[in-house]
Design a protein. Structure first.
Length: 283
C-alpha cells in the first residue's frame, strides 16, 4: 500500500535521479548497470554531492558561504528530525540512515567544499591530500557502503581501492578542467606546480600518480559484488579513456581545450559492458 509519505520519498528519489541525469550522462549510464535495489541510493548520493559542489563552483553572484552554511544546517536538521522539504537532502539522509554511512565521511566531504570557498592555489601536499580525500575518496566510500550493504569485513578489504578510484577520478577531472579552474576560479589543485609554466614534466608526474591510482582501483573493482561490479567498471572505462586522451594532449593545449570522450565512444563502451554483463563475461 502506497502512503503519502512513501510517495513523497519516491518523489525525492526521482529528484536526485533527475539531477544525476542532467549533470552527468556518463555517470547516469553507469548507474543503469547497478542492481535496481541499490540504484536509487547512488542517485541520492550523487544528488547530495552535486548540489554542494554547485554551491561552491557556480553561484558566484550570491554569497556562497551563506548558501553552503544553510545547506549544511538544513542537512543536519534533516538528520535530526528525520524529514526535510528539500528533496535532495531527504533522499540522501534516507540513504545515509538505511546503509549506515558513517558521519565522518559526510563531514569530510563538506569540509572539502568549504576549502573550495577559500584560496585554492599553491596548496601544499598535506592540504592537497586532505582535499582529495574529502572531495572524492569519501564519495567512493559512501557508494561502497551501499554496494556492500553494510558488510564491514568486505568494506575494510575494498576500502583502499575505493579511495584510489575516487582519487583517480578527481585528479583526471582536475586535468580536464585545468583551464577553467585556473582562469575562471583561480584554483590550482596540484601542489608544487607553477601553472604559469606548466611543463610536460609536470604533466607527466601528475599522470604517473593517476596511473598508479587506477592500477590499485581496478584490483578492488574486480572484487565488487555482481550487483555493482559492471557499473563501476563502466565508470572506470570512461575515465581511463578520458585519461588516455589527456595523456596524448600537449600540456599547453590543456589550457585552451577541454578534453572529453565523445558520445560515440561512450556508446561503444556502454555496449561493451552490456554484452559482458549479458553474457556474464568476467572483468
Amino acid at each position: 500500500m502506497t502512503t503519502n509519505y512513501n510517495l513523497y520519498q519516491h518523489v525525492c528519489g526521482e529528484t536526485s535521479k533527475m539531477v544525476t541525469k542532467k549533470y552527468s550522462s556518463s555517470f547516469s549510464r553507469s548507474i543503469l548497470f547497478l542492481a535496481p535495489e541499490i540504484r536509487e541510493n547512488i542517485y541520492n548520493i550523487y544528488g547530495f554531492v552535486r548540489f554542494a559542489d554547485e554551491i561552491v563552483d557556480t553561484f558566484h553572484e550570491h554569497d556562497r558561504k551563506k548558501l553552503l552554511d544553510r545547506f549544511v544546517e538544513d542537512y543536519h536538521l534533516a538528520l535530526y528530525q528525520g524529514i526535510s522539504l528539500n528533496p535532495i537532502l531527504q533522499a540522501f539522509c534516507q540513504t545515509q540512515k538505511n546503509y549506515a554511512i558513517p558521519q565522518h565521511l559526510v563531514d569530510s566531504f563538506l569540509e572539502s567544499m568549504y576549502m573550495d570557498l577559500g584560496v585554492m592555489s599553491d596548496l601544499n601536499s598535506e592540504a592537497y591530500k586532505k582535499y582529495i580525500y574529502g572531495s572524492a575518496e569519501v564519495v567512493g566510500l559512501m557508494c561502497l557502503q551501499v554496494f556492500l550493504k553494510g558488510n564491514q569485513t568486505d568494506y575494510e578489504a575494498l576500502k583502499p581501492s575505493a579511495q584510489r578510484f575516487g582519487s583517480a577520478l578527481q585528479k583526471v577531472n582536475f586535468l580536464r578542467d585545468i583551464s577553467a579552474d585556473f582562469h575562471q576560479l583561480n584554483r590550482t589543485y596540484f601542489p608544487n606546480v607553477d601553472f604559469q609554466r606548466f611543463t610536460l614534466a609536470d604533466k607527466e608526474t601528475i599522470e604517473e600518480d593517476i596511473k598508479t591510482d587506477f592500477q590499485e582501483a581496478i584490483k578492488g573493482i574486480k572484487k565488487l559484488p555482481l550487483t555493482s561490479r559492471f557499473a563501476v567498471y563502466l565508470a572506470y572505462l570512461y575515465y581511463t579513456s578520458l585519461f588516455k586522451k589527456i595523456k596524448k594532449t600537449d600540456s599547453e593545449l590543456l589550457f585552451k581545450k577541454r578534453i572529453r570522450v565523445n558520445n560515440l565512444e561512450k556508446l561503444m563502451l556502454f555496449s561493451r559492458i552490456y554484452v559482458q554483463k549479458s553474457l556474464n563475461i568476467q572483468i
